[in-house]
Design a protein around this ligand. Structure first.
Ligand code: RM4
Ligand code: MN
Ligand code: MN
Length: 424
């Protein structure tokens, strides 16, 4: 299914009056609205190829129909999202869930939809049918050298796929760790992992980045070999300037102050990118901003402040990716909601009166500090996000149009009801 420009225009025309009213209010409240809208137009968030089908849990999976059956159809789905919001102009591939057998054809198809390839992801947390050795007891940390080599080779293979597609980063998430005390020599596990990462790092093209993603627990429940930002930063620092820490919002122990982590990683020049999602208990992978929109805002607040301090390009210098998927929503609607929540948090952070905040901080005026931050969070920026979409050629309300056009029903007609996408 393709969504034509004229359908989008028609929908926007029908809703323009109401939008204009809301926009007038927002721009009267926010001084730098025009600059914010321009920055929103430039901001793109990559869609994970593994989140286009229903997520499921270890207890079950309830597919909703019309799921993409191939990488081509996944690209088509991301193309639909991008046509609707003009903010999802990239796809992040997980290999071997999505192997681009004909890289040229895949590249062309993506280009037709206006999509780029964001970070490629390796997978050494599952055994594949044709795989010689098992990752049951870890991959890069494994006590068995041959298993470590297999994991290194896989990552190098992923880099090769990425090069063919025009990607310029590799995300390494390892499930390595241990489930029981005494199972693992922590130091040796770290050393083995570091050595493996070094070999992978050596295979990176000069313009590439390597993102070392951490996660506090799951599937290992006693220790994780890249368990927190400290460990990730240790690896990234030892590896070199092309290695960075990747922050996945759902990968922290409860109540961790993620915004502070982000601020310090940025200060050190070691923040590489993000996996956005939301969670209540652990790596719940829920829609970004669904539970803790204020936290998302506070994170963006540090991002904007820290990126400005380092003269960074907001849109290009960090990897912005979603990593969310679950059991109950239409995956495409869910992704549209995540993108919108991220754009809103970014817009709110851009609207913070930084000068006033600095003055209040220097005067230890805690009340004023809170007023300034919460004022930005509480001001409705939805019309600014809608205006950015409109100006870029997207829909004023992407989910509204998705439903109007009966996109899911059309996909079910095209692909059938019993289709299953590879991924989580
Ligand atoms: C992990 C982690 C990785 C993702 C896998 C599927 O928890 O978030 O980024 O690739 O899940
Ligand atoms: Mn992740
Ligand atoms: Mn995760």
């Amino acid at each position: 299914m393709q969504i034509s420009k004229s359908l989008i225009e028609q929908y926007n025309d029908d809703n323009l009056k109401t939008h204009q009213r809301k926009l007038d209010f927002s721009t009267s409240e926010i001084d730098n609205s025009e600059a914010i809208i321009k920055q929103l137009v430039d901001f793109q968030i990559a869609i994970p190829s593994w989140a286009l089908g229903t997520g499921g849990t270890r207890f079950g999976r309830f597919p909703g129909g019309g799921e993409p059956r191939s990488l081509e159809e996944k690209i088509e789905d991301v193309g639909l999202l991008h046509a609707l919001n003009q903010s999802s102009g990239a796809i992040s591939l997980h290999i071997p869930w999505d192997i681009p057998t004909d890289a040229n054809a895949i590249r062309n198809l993506a280009a037709q939809h206006g999509l780029k390839f964001d970070a490629v992801n390796s997978n050494t947390f599952q055994d594949q049918a044709d795989q010689a050795l098992s990752y049951k007891f870890g991959s890069l940390q494994n006590v068995n050298k041959a298993i470590r080599k297999q994991a290194v080779d896989h990552n190098i293979e992923v880099i090769k796929h990425g090069i063919e597609l025009g990607s310029d980063s590799l995300t390494v998430w390892l499930s390595d760790g241990s489930c029981f005390p005494g199972q693992l020599n922590f130091r040796k596990a770290f050393q083995n992992t570091l050595e493996g990462l070094q070999e992978i790092y050596a295979a990176l093209p000069s313009n590439w980045k390597m993102f070392v993603e951490y996660k506090c627990a799951e599937p290992n429940f006693y220790s994780t070999t890249v368990g927190d930002w400290g460990q990730s930063l240790l690896y990234a620092s030892k590896l070199g300037e092309k290695a960075y820490t990747l922050v996945d919002l759902g990968h922290h122990l409860p109540n961790a102050n993620i915004e502070q982590i982000v601020s310090l990683l940025l200060m050190e020049g070691k923040l590489g990118g993000f996996h956005f999602n939301d969670s209540k208990y652990g790596d719940d992978d829920l829609t970004a901003g669904a539970l803790k929109p204020y936290q998302l805002f506070l994170i963006f607040n540090e991002l904007v402040e820290g990126m400005n301090a380092r003269n960074m390009n907001h849109a290009k210098d960090l990897g912005w990716m979603i990593d969310a998927s679950h059991n109950v929503k239409d995956p495409l609607e869910d992704l549209l909601q995540s993108v919108e929540a991220i754009m809103m948090a970014y817009a709110q952070a851009l609207s913070v009166d930084r000068q006033a905040l600095e003055v209040a901080q220097n005067e230890n005026d805690t009340v004023r500090c809170q007023e300034i931050s919460q004022n930005a969070f509480r001001t409705d920026v939805r019309a600014l996000v809608a205006e950015a979409s409109l100006r870029a050629g997207g829909a004023l309300n992407p989910i509204g149009l998705f439903r109007n056009l009966k996109v899911r029903e059309n996909l079910i007609k095209e692909r059938g009801f019993k289709t299953i996408a590879t991924g989580l």
